[in-house]
Design a protein around this ligand. Sequence first.
Ligand code: BEZ
Length: 211
Amino acid sequence: MAIRLGDTAPDFTAETTEGTIHFHQYLGDSWGILFSHPKDFTPVCTTELGAFAKAKPEFDKRNTKLIGLSVDDVTSHRSWVGDIEETQGTALNFPLIGDQDRKVADLYDMIHPNANDTLTVRSVFIIGPDKKVKLTLTYPASTGRNIDEIIRVLDSLQLTADYSVATPVDWRDGQDVIVAAGLSDEEAKAKFPKGFRALKPYLRMTPQPNK
Ligand code: BEZ
């Protein structure tokens, strides 16, 4: 069944390039990003895994654990890892799930039969410390993901989890944010000591509160 925002991320136990992982236990109190790759030894996936590995310090800063998945086994993943290091200049530094029986792919509805009945699509699930799904993204096999966008949305999710704000189009960490619609002007004044600008009664901008 499709996973929807607000659902509890299904738990599972899987073999990975870093040994057996119990998913919820692996996440602990961190945020998590689970993302799927259609197949080992494929070009777009190779570039994506290199890019996620290079960006890992950014995810670490955000208390976020990465875990990838491909519907091949861990032995295959281990030989592919050498190619990723050789061609992308970075060693894989997070676990990659071996899902040859598609247990996790099915649990997370990562195979879309009308696109391809054996390969996963490129799914991204961002999961909060409460184990609830905060974001889902689905890309076709032929389109590599954008890591900057994943970090951008993670920043928004973490900010809006802690403050009564929303983030506008193309927002980036450090830019002004929108006062949550549910707050009265009086409440907004109390919550945002730097003040706010009301462009419309429903569109009130304030400096990012945690900066
Ligand atoms: C790729 O990663 O390059 C890829 C994988 C499956 C289908 C198409 C492209």
